[in-house]
Design a protein around this ligand. Structure first.
Ligand code: PLP
Length: 408
């Protein structure tokens, strides 16, 4: 009997793992993290900040814990203070109106919001369009919902990755239920512009599609601006918008996220959410309510601090010989390894293989990165790219760049 099979009497071993999750059993991230630990490498693989968010917000969580606020089950939709703060945030930054009582739902991070939205809105047989490369939980949640994912590939164009609107239009069929849109986009750093979003909106309206938008990097835009898809004509009644306090305030361990949308959409998402976690993060909800009200200076400083670190790592990667794509938003830089010696496929050498490259990198250079290929269905399209996170301290980024330069 192998580890993946349960004994069920003679000759009838069946895989332990539900077939919807087959292929999602282990991820490269587990392997990379183990490698990082074993080799003591600098981990630029996973996208979490190595410094915590504002002290005042941390203190707000401590106060809530001590005062006994949120230590027992908070209300199912989230505490009123946080729902009000979310509605106020949508008004302040985007001029959007949401009713905190019926149009806001607090979730266990954006991850649960995505899972609940997909489980609530997708029927077996429905097709879900997602931009490829995609965040790893999308594929698993679409599969859990019984849906079929239809990737639309962001194509390299100059030093950025672009959405091909014709390709997107061609991907829509009579079975398409929704478009799962992530902007600013992890891992490519692409921020969709007004014209692109207008075209996506038109397509949704024309074909009667829902949209689920993953906007966890809404405050990490370095070029252009973040525009919520829901603000485009015809989208208010068909868009589920998802955000994350973990990303916006650098407390990724708190797992506080939220959904905004019409009462009908929010009720649907809540129907699934209530049987996943029911509620979560009681005291942290109070702290995030305070965080959302932080002055503009907080949001500005988060942005300028990250932009400086993006530039620092991009320069470091370039001087280590990588091709570096321009990142307009998020925590991530995508690098092309084909400009490195031994990766260009010339003179009998193998073609660039980001997976092999990233598996060897911790031993060779003492740095961990993630092969972008794992975010693709069309794996060949992602083979030459690797993703580095720059949401780390400047000295850490400098040291990583130095190691990459020395060890290439
Ligand atoms: C980090 C991330 C999430 C998950 O957010 P949490 O609030 O930590 O659950 C979702 N989508 C994308 C694109 C992310 O990068």
């Amino acid at each position: 009997m192998t580890a993946g099979h349960a004994a069920q009497g003679a000759g009838t071993a069946r895989p332990l793992l539900n077939r919807r999750l087959a292929g999602f059993g282990t991820t490269i991230f587990a392997e990379m993290s183990a490698l990082a630990q074993r080799t003591g490498a600098i981990n630029l693989g996973q996208g979490f900040p190595d410094t915590d968010g504002p002290e005042s917000v941390r203190e707000a969580a401590v106060r809530a814990l001590r005062d006994g606020r949120g230590n027992q089950y908070p209300p199912g939709p989230g505490i009123p203070e946080l729902r009000t703060a979310v509605a106020e945030h949508q008004r302040r930054f985007y001029g959007l109106e949401f009713d905190p009582d019926t149009e806001v739902l607090v979730t266990a991070g954006a991850t649960e919001a995505l899972a609940a939205a997909l489980l609530a809105l997708v029927e077996p047989g429905d097709e879900v369009i997602a931009l490829e490369p995609y965040y790893d939980s999308y594929a698993a949640c679409i599969a859990l919902a019984g849906g079929t994912r239809v990737p639309v590939t962001l194509r390299p164009s100059g030093d950025t990755f672009r959405l091909d609107l014709d390709e997107l239009r061609d991907a829509v069929t009579d079975r398409t239920r929704l478009i799962l849109l992530n902007t600013p986009h992890n891992p490519t750093g692409t921020v969709l512009g007004r014209d692109e979003l207008a075209a996506v909106a038109e397509l949704c309206v024309e074909r009667g599609l829902l949209a689920v938008t993953d906007e966890v990097y809404e405050h990490m835009v370095f070029e252009g601006e973040h525009l919520p898809l829901v603000s485009f004509p015809g989208m208010r009644e068909r868009t589920v918008t998802i955000s994350s306090a973990g990303k916006t305030f650098s407390f990724t361990g708190w797992k506080v996220g939220w959904v905004t949308g019409t009462p009908e959409l929010v009720t649907a998402v809540r129907s699934a959410k209530q049987y996943l976690t029911y509620v979560s993060a009681g005291p942290f909800q109070y702290a995030v309510a305070e965080a959302l009200a932080l002055p503009d200076a907080h949001y500005r400083e988060l942005n300028t601090g990250l932009r400086a670190r993006r530039d620092l790592l991009a320069d470091g990667l370039r001087s280590a010989g990588f091709g570096v794509f321009r990142t307009a938003g998020t925590y991530f830089l995508t690098a092309d390894i084909r400009t490195l010696p031994g990766q260009d496929g010339k003179e009998g050498r193998g073609a660039a293989d980001g997976v092999a490259f990233c598996l060897a990198l911790p031993e060779r250079c003492g740095v961990v990165a993630v092969p972008t290929q794992v975010f693709y269905d069309h794996e060949a399209a992602g083979a030459p790219y690797v993703r580095f996170a720059f949401c780390k301290r400047e000295d850490v980024l400098r040291e990583a760049a130095e190691r990459l330069r020395a060890g290439r």
